[in-house]
Ligand binder design. Structure first.
Ligand SMILES: [Zn+2]
Length: 257
């Protein structure tokens, strides 16, 4: 699998040689630009697609031999939607994963305790979740993740070991930060696009079609439309013989220290 170190070690000397040869008119400059574009495309792909494992290793699916899937929700807790979602999950006896944003926890600690008491798994999804989050320096990222970790630990008395990068974007700085804090990085194999696709039926159709053993599904519990979508999706998955488990069980990892 491609990783940033190997790609950089290959491309930087190659770019230098092509530039040097073009300056001595041995080669056209076009070869330098072609190599530069290929390098940029690889880096952009590796940065914006968490499943590429380019900057760091992220667990994005379980083994495909068991008919088990995990449902995860990002960006909560949300004082209006999360309680209704927890009711819905409780009615159906489903355990899910919640990647919480640290700044949303203040005032919603009872919701985290409820998640924990009802068997759901809580992971770190950063404290600030800013749009450029993943591009900050490693020391800043470590501080931010630690702040979110402390907010979670204060609410449920347990230190989370799993982290999901905001927007699924990864960088060399983020790789250093999660390594320094011993986090397991969790991605997804099915992105519902519930915050961008406006048609609930289209979301359901896409997710149902992609459903496969070992899948980790990504939704957002700050989106009110989720309530209708999740109920129908759970019914569909159970009818088709899937068992819905926590992502820790699906991946065979520890969720807390
Ligand atoms: Zn997020």
């Amino acid at each position: 699998m491609l990783n940033h170190r190997a790609v950089t070690l290959l491309f930087l000397p190659l770019l230098a040689v092509l530039l040097g040869l073009s300056l001595y008119r041995e080669f056209s400059l076009i070869f330098f630009f072609i190599a530069l574009v290929v390098f940029i495309v690889i880096v952009v792909y590796g940065t914006f697609w968490i499943g590429a494992g380019y900057h760091l290793k992220a667990l994005c699916a379980g083994v495909a031999t068991e008919r088990e899937i995990a449902i995860t929700f990002d960006d909560g807790p949300n004082s209006e939607i999360t309680p209704q979602l927890l009711d819905l999950l409780k009615e159906r006896g489903i355990k899910a994963g919640f990647f919480c944003i640290g700044k949303n926890i203040e005032g919603n600690e009872d919701l985290l305790r409820r998640m924990d008491n009802e068997g759901h798994i809580i992971g770190n999804h950063s404290f600030s979740h800013g749009i450029m989050f993943d591009f900050f320096p490693a020391a800043w990222l470590m501080q931010d993740l630690t702040r979110a970790e402390q907010a979670i630990a204060k609410a449920i008395g347990k230190k989370p070991l799993c982290f999901r990068p905001p927007y699924g974007v990864t960088t060399p700085h983020l790789a250093r930060a999660v390594k320094g804090l011993y986090y397991t990085v969790i991605g997804w194999s099915i992105r519902s696009m519930d915050t961008s696709i406006k048609d609930d039926n289209k979301i359901l159709k896409n997710v149902k079609r992609s459903l496969a053993p070992g899948a980790i599904l990504l939704f957002h519990d700050n989106n009110p439309r989720i309530l209708h979508i999740i109920g129908e999706l759970i019914d569909f998955a159970l009818e088709h013989g899937y068992k819905i488990v926590g992502f820790d069980k699906l991946l065979g990892i520890k969720a807390y220290a």
